[in-house]
Design a protein around this ligand. Structure first.
Ligand code: FPP
Length: 246
């Protein structure tokens, strides 16, 4: 693996970057193309950015928002194309994960996906679980919503209490976080949102408590590795106090 570019930055270098891949639709519309064309270029761009984050920046976790719990409201054709893209790339990822030293995991409620997509997601999990844990982990958020994730965790915890496995009194932040999709994943130090929108859109609501944010007007299909460098340079200048005083 190439030397980590930000090794000199020490603790300033984020271990976990999360990205809201926004702006695909506008990118396509601006070019007189159907919105789905933007998703195709956006998916291809994810590959480029993911390899750069892993090989050059040296991040250990990259989490990307691919499809939210609210995205089902979109036209059937657009939803179908995003699902087809996921299916296509998961097949591709399975082939290269071991060679390229990364693991693919999922955040979100996959039970709502088609049987075909569920099957390839399960196969992806199987392959990832057999790979070394220190490989860079790409978390794909599919049918994901931060509120839904918290609700699902609360339901699981309540069910464990009902079965006598847990008690309400022992619940603390650490224990609760083990019930989230992000169990075993440190909170993202840096969350990036392209496309000029200044909101979280239900992304990583629990995990973002002390994340730093980087917003840019660039639309996701145009988002380059230079933009990642700019985001990291901006992050490196932040004074992170976590509620304390420095
Ligand atoms: C947001 O842009 C993007 C999405 C809702 C879908 C993102 C999906 C992909 C990039 C493909 C997923 C594939 C893989 C391999 C993970 P938008 O459509 O909301 O853009 P707009 O705000 O300009 O309309």
């Amino acid at each position: 693996m190439p030397e980590e570019k930000n090794a000199a930055a020490g603790t300033a270098s984020p271990r976990h970057i999360a990205i809201i891949m926004d702006g695909n639709g506008r990118w396509a519309t601006q070019r007189g193309l159907p919105r789905t064309a933007g998703h195709k270029v956006g998916a291809e761009n994810l590959l480029k950015i993911a390899y750069y984050c892993k090989d050059v920046v040296g991040v250990k976790y990259l989490t990307v928002y691919a499809f939210s719990t609210e995205n089902w409201k979109r036209a059937t054709e657009e939803v179908n194309v995003i699902m087809l893209l996921l299916d296509h790339y998961l097949h591709e990822f399975i082939e290269v994960m071991a060679r390229d030293h990364f693991r693919i995991c999922f955040f979100g409620d996959l039970s709502k996906l088609s049987p075909k997509l569920k099957k390839i997601a399960a196969r992806t999990d199987e392959v990832s679980n057999a790979l070394p844990k220190d490989y860079c982990r790409l978390n794909l958020c599919i049918n994901y919503g931060g509120r839904d994730e918290i609700l699902r965790a609360a339901r699981k915890y309540a069910a464990d209490c009902a079965q006598g496995i847990r008690t309400p009194e022992e619940l603390d932040e650490h224990l609760f976080s083990t019930y989230l999709d992000s169990d075993e994943v440190p909170d993202p130090e840096l969350i990036i949102r392209p496309s000029g929108e200044l909101r979280l859109s239900n992304f990583l609501l629990w995990q973002c408590a002390y994340s730093e944010f980087y917003f840019t007007d660039t639309l996701w299909p145009d988002f380059t590795t230079d933009e990642i460098d700019r985001a990291i340079a901006s992050y490196a200048k932040r004074n992170r106090r976590f509620g304390g005083v420095k």
